[in-house]
Ligand binder design. Sequence first.
Ligand code: HEM
Length: 87
Amino acid sequence: MTWCWSSSPRPNRDPEANAQPERFDPLRRERQAYTFGLSAHACPGELLATTIAEIGVQRLLAAGVRPEALVDRVRYRPSGNTRVPLF
Ligand code: HEM
């Protein structure tokens, strides 16, 4: 397993980069995402990571998980840097 750590998720939440950044909108147009870094040291694992995530979400949806039903049930560990769900 390869662990990569982004020191801060804040650039993705910059309103100058993404209007209304706190609004969850998976279909957002003109999205600017810095999750995988930029330029020379940008993450070479981006395609692999997003493909794994996409397949995982497809499997959950196929299994009948309804994301909207989880919104009020999932709690997150307090953190300024990342969003880790509590199970
Ligand atoms: C959700 C999953 C992942 C996230 C959010 C992520 C994020 C990042 C970020 C932010 C960087 C630093 C970019 C910079 O310094 O500007 C990075 C670097 C890197 N990542 Fe990932 N990564 C992920 C998955 C992966 C995977 C699956 C691999 C390999 C199979 C990988 C391999 C690397 C490597 C080798 C670097 C160093 C690149 C360099 O310094 O030139 N990452 N990643």
